[in-house]
Design a protein around this ligand. Structure first.
Ligand SMILES: [Zn+2]
Ligand SMILES: [Zn+2]
Length: 84
């Protein structure tokens, strides 16, 4: 399972088109990442992903509250990267 387009669109609007990462473990930013992302382009250029805060293998939902818009470098720093 993955997020529906509706959930991703809602998360994108909430994020304001910017990375929502607030992980303290990311080396590239303090506070919130806020990297500007390209809404049309999830595979090239300014890449971004819809991330499961709680991974699906841990029972995370496909709801908006479990969806974070992250740039790829930030996504790679999440513990569940590659497992959701
Ligand atoms: Zn980021
Ligand atoms: Zn980050």
């Amino acid at each position: 399972m993955s997020f529906s387009p509706e959930v991703i669109n809602a998360a994108w609007k909430r994020a304001g088109g910017r990375c929502e990462c607030i992980l303290a473990t990311c080396p590239s930013h303090g506070g919130r990442c806020n990297k500007a992302l390209d809404p049309q382009n999830r595979t090239e250029g300014m890449k971004w992903h819809a991330h499961h805060v709680v991974s699906q293998s841990a029972g995370g939902s496909d709801g908006l509250q479990n969806c974070l818009i992250l740039c790829v470098p930030c996504h790679e720093h999440t513990k569940s990267y590659g497992r959701s």
